[in-house]
Design a protein around this ligand. Structure first.
Ligand code: UDX
Length: 436
């Protein structure tokens, strides 16, 4: 099939590349000339495991193209995917100006029937708004479809190639037939393509992310309680996760959820509920608890140093909001740095992928180390904010020889408690016994 993807952000680029991989002819369009030039020259603008390979293969085989020219991109496309940002506006509600703006531009240049597929996370009712833009500007028939993405950063290619499900909001039989063909190769193992009305599809995305954010937040609260009652959250997690109704995944406590989706989507769903005079209480609590959880590691540090960390120096491993990404949006590490510095401490950080992004926003507020061990020089303690694999099995002898004191505050529960007892560390993690 001939496909155009409008917007080459993280979602657009993964979508375009993965759609090309099954033999479709895909042209991606973006207004950012420098970025398009880069991609035309064969450079992937984001770090996403597995994307590089598919990106180059499909460019070489002539199925993946990039342009800044919208008219050229959509001329032959049967299906136009819109993967545009929906950042929170001033009032916290999703800002639809990019999507409605693109819809307007497309509506003014199309010459024949098109299927317009919205991939962005949008409030309920957006498909109607997009449809209205088309009917205001053209007599040409279009079908507007909601098709939310469920891509996790770091495993986005895998999530696209083998989705748990594909959600499609459309009632048009013609669209259903074409989309079943398009997504068929991705659901060969029998995972469902779920057709529903557009509003339900739009809400599904917010409900899925908000549910997952709630699940994590619930576990974070259980973890905090574990510490107070002398229970071990790892045991409780296994105990409840074995119940299939609860499930084993997404039960890992930590220092709060971050990233570009959960914080924004939970907030947007609360706003949407408020607008409809519904008080979505549980999600309001989720937001509040998550804010608190982001600095729980610093609370532990302050308690250990009796509220006086002025002049102390800390090593921080991990900046990205989760491993296998360079994304630092809403990353708990940023809140930790801020709190440590505000209390008069200094910080040296290391992250395998996220350092450039952090440099761009906080500059010389912290020192950036070349590797995880260099970060430990002169540090009074080590803090861990992201569960990168390279932090999971470090050389503890080397840590001991560089770090001033054998003190670790671990926000991701990376180490076995018995091991830390044997090694003689002070080890403070989340929801588990304090080793001191
Ligand atoms: C999420 C959704 O999973 C995805 O379906 C959606 O399309 C976009 O948002 P992503 O933001 O990439 O994906 O990350 P995800 O792996 O879901 O993690 C989100 C946050 O939850 C991270 O901050 C992570 O550290 C945290 N988390 C996750 C936990 O604290 N504990 C867990 O058990 C799982």
């Amino acid at each position: 099939m001939k496909i155009a993807v409008v917007g080459t952000g993280y979602v657009g680029l993964v979508t375009g590349t993965c759609l090309a991989e099954t033999g479709n002819n895909v042209i991606c369009v973006d207004i950012n000339e420098a970025k398009v030039k880069k991609m035309q020259d064969g450079q992937v603008p984001i770090y996403e495991p597995g994307l590089d390979l598919l990106f180059h293969r499909n460019i070489e085989q002539g199925r993946l193209h990039f342009t800044t020219n919208l008219a050229e991109a959509i001329e032959e496309a049967q299906i136009i995917f819109m993967a545009l940002p929906t950042p929170p506006g001033g009032d916290g509600a999703a800002d639809l100006s990019y999507i409605l703006g693109a819809a307007k531009d497309i509506s003014k240049i199309i010459k024949g029937y098109k299927i317009i597929v919205n991939k962005s996370t949008v409030p309920v009712g957006t498909a109607d708004k997009v449809r209205a833009v088309f009917s205001e500007n053209t007599d040409i028939e279009v079908d507007v479809v909601s098709n939310p993405e469920f891509l996790r950063e770091g495993v986005a290619v895998e999530d696209f190639m083998k989705p748990d499900r594909v959600v499609l909001g459309t009632t048009s039989e013609r669209v259903k037939k074409l989309m079943t063909e398009l997504y068929g190769p991705y659901v060969r193992q029998g995972n469902p393509i779920l057709f529903m009305d557009e509003r339900s599809s739009e809400l599904t995305k917010y409900a899925a992310n908000s549910f997952l954010a709630t699940k994590i937040t619930f576990m974070n609260e259980v973890a905090n309680l574990c510490e107070l009652v002398g229970a071990d959250v790892d045991a409780v997690r296994r105990g409840i996760g074995s119940d299939e109704r609860i499930g084993k995944r997404f039960l890992f406590p930590g220092i709060g959820y971050g990233g570009s989706c959960f914080p924004k989507d939970v907030q947007a769903l609360v706003m949407a509920a408020d607008e409809n005079t519904y008080d979505f209480q549980i999600l309001k609590s989720v937001m509040e608890v998550n804010e608190r959880q982001k600095t729980i590691l610093v609370d532990k540090v302050l308690k250990y140093y009796k509220n006086d960390i002025a002049g102390k120096h800390f090593a921080l491993w991990g900046l990205a909001f989760k491993p296998e990404t360079d994304d630092i949006r809403e990353a708990p590490a940023l809140y930790i740095i801020d709190a440590l510095v505000k209390n008069g401490a200094t910080v040296t950080v290391f992250d395998p992928e996220g350092m450039d992004n952090v440099k761009n926003i906080i500059g010389d507020k912290v020192v950036f180390a070349d590797n995880q061990y260099d970060a430990l020089k002169n540090a009074d303690a080590l803090l861990i904010a992201t569960e990168w694999s390279v932090f999971r099995n470090p050389d503890f002898e080397k840590i001991e020889s560089i770090l001033k004191n054998k003190v670790i505050f671990d926000g991701r529960n990376l180490y076995d408690l018995q091991k830390m007892i044997d090694l003689g560390y002070y080890y403070n993690s989340i929801g588990r016994k304090l080793i001191d």
